[in-house]
Design a protein around this ligand. Structure first.
Ligand SMILES: [Zn+2]
Length: 166
């Protein structure tokens, strides 16, 4: 059972998971854009490790611009494995509705998804960090995510769920 925790919803901008099929890789389109310039400047101030997920366009896209890896309503699924959109009994491809994630960020995405007000947990003892990173204390497999999908083509909006983990 997940631990009770408070929910502070925040509207964000995210782009499709890099493993989705997109006509032209979005990171190529975004590389010279204002969004990327802001992300790069922001990350240079925060990331001081020898290896940075921001060293190339595809890593920057995956870690800073694509999907949020925490629990969310709407947006794009943050796939742990290959993309999987279920088909409804009516034949329509179902839409992502909600994701329940084991953790709100990881070692490659904290600079984008960990609120600035909570950055002190990165250097805190494990229980404090876990209270933010694994806020619900609920793991789906090995740090996985449970996805809920909905069909809006059917009048009763049926849902189905699936899970992926590493
Ligand atoms: Zn349907």
């Amino acid at each position: 059972m997940p631990d009770p925790c408070l929910l502070y919803p925040e509207r964000i901008v995210e782009y499709p998971d890099p493993f989705e099929t997109i006509p032209v890789p979005l990171y190529e389109l975004l590389w010279d854009s204002h969004v990327v310039a802001i992300a790069l400047e922001y990350s240079r101030q925060l990331v001081t490790k020898p290896w940075s997920p921001l060293d190339d366009a595809s890593s920057l896209y995956q870690c800073a611009l694509s999907t949020a890896d925490g629990t969310k309503v709407g947006g794009y699924p943050d796939w742990v494995q290959d993309p999987w959109y279920p088909k409804c009994a009516c034949g329509a491809t179902m839409d992502h509705l909600v994701s329940f994630s084991s953790q709100e960020f990881d070692g490659a995405t904290w600079f984008r998804w960990l609120p600035i007000e909570e950055r002190d947990v990165l250097h805190a003892e494990p229980p404090l960090r876990q209270s933010v990173q694994w806020a619900a204390n609920c793991s789906f497999g090995d740090a996985g995510t449970m996805y809920v999908f909905i069909c809006r083509e059917c009048p009763d909006w049926p849902t189905t769920a699936g899970m992926q983990c590493s």
